[in-house]
Design a protein. Structure first.
Ligand code: SF4
Length: 379
């Protein structure tokens, strides 16, 4: 294995410092809804060569043994399906020799995993997010192009159920398919009923094709009904948080110490709003301060705090267009566009999620924007 080139290696080290190790390689699957491909088309992240055993060995001293190691996914790169790496198990075993007691986690679509290797996975103490999307053969054919391995997926779900930390399903707009998927999962192995299961609404950006756009709008029509059904049938339901308002009343609340559910999402937003009101209460009342809010929270904010509607500026995602709403996918220019389109304020409160890495936005723009005498505060 040749390993990473110099430029990629630098970022590989940065990722290792965050306990994330990609294994490299461009994904050979053809999921139409793939967000990795959209990120590649937008020029945000790249695929890399497969990493070598030497690449891995050289960053082991950066790893914090007291934190989960994400092995097969990273921050700086697109991550291929980890089991496509021809030496994934050798790499995993090398990692495990050094960190036998540290939890390891990765995401897989569960294809191409040789049953003869299940014991090696158990010994390496790795757990998985199983991104199976759906078990409906017809939908899989339409949405997940690429080599199919249906019996392999079923066998992995059954025999390695104890290694599966979470299952991720894509809502295709068909309630019957969703119900069947859940029944089938529980029939494969009843232990999966006690696993966290996440439901995602397909999202699209300007970098996806029209099929994904249509899928999004089709699925959205019955999204609330899907949540009700899911809430009813899943012991530990989770939802991909697209918007704090995108959920019907009465969505079930269960305590999940590892993930973020709609209730935690709303509570976290309310905590931030309490902080904002405490720090800027007078200024907000005098209309001197405005909040630049992603679409994912704007509706919820004005419905929950109607007295702050005049201070809440909705920021649309112009960088990617489409259905992406969360703050983490906004750019500096999206924020500036919203400032320009609205009456002026003296100070703007900016979600810190827009600038998560070295105070840069998702397109690499730095926070110190130069836009007249704009005063900013990260919240
Ligand atoms: S397996 Fe993952 S990375 Fe590969 S095409 Fe599907 S969604 Fe994209």
């Amino acid at each position: 294995m040749k390993g990473l080139d110099k430029e990629d290696y630098k970022l590989f080290v940065e990722d290792a410092l965050q306990n994330c190790i990609i294994v490299g390689g461009a994904c050979r699957n053809g999921c139409s809804f793939c967000s990795c491909k959209a990120q590649a088309a937008a020029g945000l992240k790249n695929w890399t060569e497969y990493i070598s055993l030497e690449d891995l060995r050289s960053v082991l001293h950066y790893i914090d043994p007291n934190k989960t190691i994400y092995f097969g996914e990273g921050v700086s790169f697109l991550s291929c399906e980890p089991f496509q790496h021809p030496q994934y198990l050798d790499l995993l075993e090398l990692l495990n020799q050094h960190f036998p007691n540290t939890p390891k986690r990765t995401t897989t679509i569960c294809k191409g995993i040789d049953p003869q290797h299940y014991d090696r996975l158990r010994r390496a103490k790795i757990t998985f997010v199983a991104g199976i999307n759906t078990l409906d053969r017809q939908k899989r054919r339409a949405l997940m192009k690429g080599p199919e391995d249906y019996s392999g997926v079923v066998s992995f779900l059954d025999e390695c159920a104890e290694l599966i930390d979470k299952i991720s399903l894509l809502y295709t707009g068909d309630l019957e398919v969703l119900e069947r998927d859940l029944d089938q999962l529980y029939a494969i192995n009843p232990a999966l009923e006690r696993t966290r299961i996440m439901l995602r609404l397909p999202e699209y950006s300007m970098h996806h094709n029209s099929v994904v756009r249509e899928l999004h709008y089709y699925a959205k029509q019955t999204w609330h009904a899907a949540i009700r059904l899911f809430d009813d049938k899943v012991e530990k339901p989770q939802y991909w948080l697209r918007s704090l308002s995108d959920f019907p009343q009465g969505t079930r609340h269960w305590q999940d110490e590892q993930g973020l559910n709609i209730h935690d999402g709303r509570a976290s937003f309310q905590r931030r709003m309490d902080d904002v009101r405490q720090r800027f209460g007078d200024e907000l009342k005098k209309r001197r301060v405005a909040m630049l809010l992603a679409e994912s929270v704007w509706d919820y904010c004005v419905a929950t705090y109607p007295e702050l509607e005049a201070n809440a500026i909705k920021v649309r995602n112009r960088a990617f267009k489409g259905s992406y709403q969360v703050a983490g996918l906004l750019s500096r220019d999206d924020l500036l566009g919203a400032v320009k389109d609205n009456p002026p304020f003296l100070r703007y409160l900016v979600p810190k999620d827009v600038f998560p890495r070295f105070k840069r936005d998702i397109l690499g723009h730095h926070l110190d924007w130069n836009y007249g005498s704009l005063a900013l505060d990260l919240i």
